[in-house]
Design a protein around this ligand. Structure first.
Ligand SMILES: *Cc1c(COP(=O)(O)O)cnc(C)c1O
Length: 379
């Protein structure tokens, strides 16, 4: 067996080429080595500062508020749906992957009425169909869309969707979990009622909290909508306005890490800088994998720079479980596919990773293909 150097993050951990949790910097992890009480002034100020910076990312200082929530990303998506779609409302769900389907499941749990406009996992949401549906159905009060569907890595046409939804006077709810911080969203150009994301995707903080950025006029109207106490974003917002505190135990360490992650985000040049690194990561990965004979699910024009779906090689010598495990032992954690349209696996390019990591990952893939007896080729 040939020698191959194993990869590691700054803190010696395997590199995460996944949709989350993601690799974080040593300094982000370092920031968590303190205990603060929820009423500690230092923590209260830090919390307010983090929220202010999140609103600034979309340029919503004059019009929008940020409301944080404990939990993984799904918690805040669920909170957004329960809070912004009133019990008598109806939401049109634009679905082209597992995260869109999850929103339908949330609506089932909450008894919210909805219709689904579905596209295949390798197709963006069809804006002409959206236009027609909204024109035909006046009962629809809201439209929900996933900004970049992490199932495949596809980018949905958010600007066009937002303009159609605005034209028809409905409210837009955005799951921007895997795009926020790396792909621009300008609250002055795109009208949305609420958008949610989390601490650990493109913002590279520790996992453990989500947040919702809401148009203040829209969130003001959501009192009493939420079927859940702990996920009531209206109540969380009002309470924090009153006393600057979280209603229930805040994830203090996650906030300390998030503040440091936002420092690093700003140092990198904000959305433009972060987006550029991910674009380069994505291109390096795709070019390298194609050179080995892998094929991407998506054409480059639809590919968001966050996660890439590759078709499974058809060669019978290729066994994904073995491939996955061998890569993991070399320090590269990849992710199985979740697609119904194609047998596939995924490699993420977000988190604290750069082009060198991408090139090294491709070299590790070639090495493992060699070990599988495939002469380092994917065909
Ligand atoms: C990661 C992600 C979520 C949240 O997933 P969790 O596992 O709950 O953190 C939601 N939507 C999208 C599009 C995502 O990429």
């Amino acid at each position: 067996m040939s020698k191959f150097n194993t990869a590691a993050s700054e803190t010696g951990d395997p590199l995460l080429f996944t949709p989350g949790p993601l690799t974080t910097s040593a300094s982000v992890k370092q920031a968590m080595l303190h205990d603060y009480g929820s009423r500690d002034n230092y923590f209260i100020d830090l919390n307010a500062k983090v929220l202010k910076r999140l609103v600034a990312i979309v340029g919503g200082e004059a019009s929008h508020v940020a409301v944080p929530l404990q939990g993984s990303g799904t918690f805040v998506v669920e909170a957004m749906m329960g809070c912004f779609v009133p019990p008598k409302g109806k939401v049109l769900l634009c679905v082209n992957g597992a995260y869109g389907k999850r929103i339908a499941k949330i609506c089932d749990y909450y008894g919210r009425s909805y219709d689904v406009q579905e596209s295949a996992e390798d197709q963006p949401i069809d804006t002409a169909v959206l236009e027609k549906t909204l024109a035909a159905d006046e009962e629809i009060t809201h439209v929900a869309v996933v900004h970049t569907e992490t199932t495949s890595g596809i980018e949905n046409p958010l600007v066009e969707i937002a303009s159609i939804v605005e034209e028809h006077g409905r409210g837009l709810l955005i799951d921007s979990m895997s795009a926020f911080g790396a792909m621009p969203v300008d609250a002055k150009e795109i009208r949305f009622d609420a958008l949610c994301a989390s601490s650990n995707k493109c913002l590279e903080g520790a996992p453990g909290m989500g947040f919702c950025i809401a148009r203040q006029e829209a969130i003001e109207k959501t009192e009493g909508n939420s079927p859940s106490l702990s996920l009531d974003l209206y109540d969380q917002w009002r309470a924090m306005e009153r006393n600057k505190q979280w209603r229930f135990t805040p994830p203090t360490h996650v906030l300390l890490a998030f503040d440091q992650a936002l420092n690093e985000f700003e140092e990198e040049g904000g959305v433009a800088g972060r987006g550029k690194r991910y674009q380069e990561n994505c291109k390096t990965l795709v070019d390298g994998m194609r050179a080995l004979g892998f094929q991407t699910l998506l054409p480059d024009s639809l590919q968001a720079p966050n996660i890439v779906t590759f078709h499974m090689p058809s060669n019978p010598l290729f066994d994904f479980e073995v491939f996955y495990e061998k890569l993991r032992l070399l320090g590269y954690v990849i992710y199985p596919g979740k697609l119904t349209v194609a047998d596939s696996f995924r490699m993420g390019c977000i988190g604290r990773l750069d082009q060198t990591h991408m090139r090294d990952a491709v070299a590790a893939v070639a090495h493992v293909l060699g070990e599988l007896g495939m002469q380092g080729r994917a065909e």
